[in-house]
Design a protein around this ligand. Structure first.
Ligand SMILES: Nc1ncnc2c1ncn2[C@@H]1O[C@H](COP(=O)(O)OP(=O)(O)OP(=O)(O)O)[C@@H](O)[C@H]1O
Ligand SMILES: [Mg+2]
Length: 264
């Protein structure tokens, strides 16, 4: 694995049923800090791909490599770990380094904003502390700092359901930052938001990723937003990546290739 890459995907295939490959051979490399927009028709396999990366879904074949040093914080030069072969302990370590943001925010509405953010650090706590939600002063300071980063410090002690959708997604971003992720997988993070809030949320997501050198893979429905925010865009079509380039390179011909359904 080249030292430039955080993540390498090689010939990844996924089928849910024996005769139907959804991903037919996906290969790509992601650099640290890269903000990658993921495009494709509904059903193209965007969510499937994102979920294979943290093994919420088991890939059928291929491999997904992370630098070992990114997963364990140990200086291991260029040693890599294959996500498809990790044991349970290694998988837990990996998932700490991969943040996940969902369309529906997945926050706990009856809890306060800060309690939602603090829950992002639970992976690091021992079982007793997690069960009784005992957080250290440092955890609380970090949660408040992350809320400040997403512009919600003044809302910290409100109930989460008192916030707007855009604000709730910003809470989800702050919660993910508690894990100190190396990668954020965001599956349609703004699909439930109006255009103005979508821009606000994507702007904040990109800002924190750039500040912390986090790579992001963000699936989006809107071409316009994808072009504005992505350093790099990948397009899924018919089980393959049919576009991989910059917003400028995504011209009308390329757009058509991503959005035209093939017969197979
Ligand atoms: N758990 C599952 N079991 C069987 N088939 C599935 C499962 N999850 C997804 N699929 C199928 O795999 C294909 C790809 O689905 P996926 O959700 O990855 O697409 P997507 O690009 O994220 O679409 P959307 O834009 O609608 O979110 C679809 O045909 C879907 O029906
Ligand atoms: Mg999807």
């Amino acid at each position: 694995m080249s030292s430039d890459y955080l993540l390498q995907v090689n010939d990844l295939k996924k089928s849910y049923t024996t005769d139907n490959l959804i991903l037919k051979g996906i290969s790509l490399d992601i650099k640290p800090g890269e903000f990658v927009g993921v495009l494709g028709l509904s059903g193209a396999g965007k969510s499937t791909f994102l979920r294979c990366i943290n093994r919420l879904i088991e890939p059928t074949s291929g491999n997904i490599l992370f630098k070992k040093s990114f997963i364990t914080d140990k200086d291991t030069d260029n040693e890599v770990m294959d996500v498809c072969k990790l044991n349970n302990k290694e998988l837990r370590l990996l998932r700490r380094k991969i943040g996940m943001i969902f369309q529906q925010f997945n926050i706990v509405k009856r809890l306060t904003v800060i309690d939602n953010v603090l829950s992002g650090s639970l992976g690091y706590q021992n079982a007793f502390k997690s069960t009784f939600r005992i957080f250290s002063v440092d955890d609380k300071k970090k949660a408040l700092a992350n809320l400040e980063r997403v512009g919600l410090l003044s809302q910290a002690y409100k109930r989460a359901d008192a916030l707007s959708g855009g604000q709730q997604q910003r809470v989800a971003i702050a919660r993910t930052l508690m894990q100190n992720p190396k990668v954020i997988l965001a599956d349609e993070p703004v699909a439930s938001l109006d255009p103005k809030l979508s821009r606000e949320v994507l702007g904040i997501l990109k800002k924190v990723c750039k500040e912390d050198g986090i790579s992001a893979l963000v699936s989006l429905h809107t071409l316009e937003l994808t072009k504005i925010y992505s350093d790099r865009i990948i397009g899924f079509q018919g089980g393959y990546i049919t576009f991989d380039g910059s917003a400028d390179q995504l011209n009308d011909d390329e757009i058509e290739k991503v959005y035209t359904k093939t017969g197979d």
